[in-house]
Design a protein around this ligand. Structure first.
Ligand code: 4F9
Length: 248
């Protein structure tokens, strides 16, 4: 079954440019996904084609109005019988996780509402949006980039998109909550440094130990928030000690 993405955006060229390249572009060609942009400006009824207005209560910036968005959403929904789930990227949303990406990838159809200006009239969100998603605690100029990010994260999990060598199985966050280990490729020796000799040993048990130790150590140092309070067991601690001796 083809997974369908619809994107409500004032910058369809922006979203289309991102969708037609790379892994997502290939998934489109293979008909594993389909995508369509809808511009709320095309669903206005006034001669100025207004999609935004000043904010009630005063303050800087403009707010996207309910009616053009509601009409655009109705048109998008009517374009397919498939059940849809409406996503609005926003710094006010729930932080996205790989676990949630996997759940989204199981849905038949996602409709994204990408906002510009200061945001969207809250009544639209409460009436029409199923899920607000945040990609992190920072503010962008609009929801187009986060929309493309979610589409890419979802698409690469769909069957037939990645080949075995690119397999999504080994990524950070797929199996465990540990960060992925660092990777090296040819040549072995460079001015910028040499490849850790253990990785050249051909000893797979040893290489696995090295990788697991680096995952543990890097997660501990960079993202301690990912570890449960007593997650590291005795074997994990020994592995870290083994690695630290190795590096001395
Ligand atoms: C959305 C920022 C999701 C981070 C949308 C301005 C956004 C965002 N995560 N910033 N519009």
């Amino acid at each position: 079954m083809t997974m369908r993405f619809d994107v409500l955006t004032l910058f369809p060229e922006f979203v289309e440019a991102g969708i037609n390249l790379g892994v997502v572009g290939r998934a489109l060609e293979r008909r594993i996904i389909s995508a369509r942009c809808w511009n709320p400006r095309d669903f206005t009824t006034d001669p100025y084609r207004r999609v935004d207005e000043r904010t009630f209560g005063g303050g800087p910036g403009m707010v996207m109005m309910v009616q053009p968005l509601a009409r655009t959403l109705a048109a998008a929904k009517a374009a397919s019988d498939e059940r849809s789930w409406v996503v609005h990227p926003s710094p006010r949303g729930t932080p996205l996780t790989q676990a949630r990406v996997r759940e989204l990838a199981a849905l038949p159809r996602l409709i994204f509402v990408a906002s510009r200006y200061e945001g969207v009239d809250q009544r639209f969100i409460e009436h029409y949006v199923d899920e607000e998603i945040s990609l992190g605690d920072y503010v962008l100029a609009g929801g187009e980039l986060p929309t493309l990010a979610v589409i890419e994260a979802v698409t690469r999990l769909l069957p037939g998109v990645l080949n075995d060598a690119q397999s999504a199985q080994q990524d950070s966050f797929t199996e465990s909550t540990l960060l992925d280990c660092p990777h090296y490729t040819r040549p072995e020796q460079l001015e910028e440094g040499r490849v850790p000799s253990l990785l050249l040993s051909g000893n797979h048990a040893l290489i696995e130990r090295w990788r697991r130790a680096r995952q543990l150590l890097d997660t501990l140092q960079r993202r301690p928030d990912l570890l449960e309070p007593n997650q590291l067991d005795h074997a994990d601690r020994e592995l870290i000690q083994w690695y630290e001796k190795l590096e001395h």
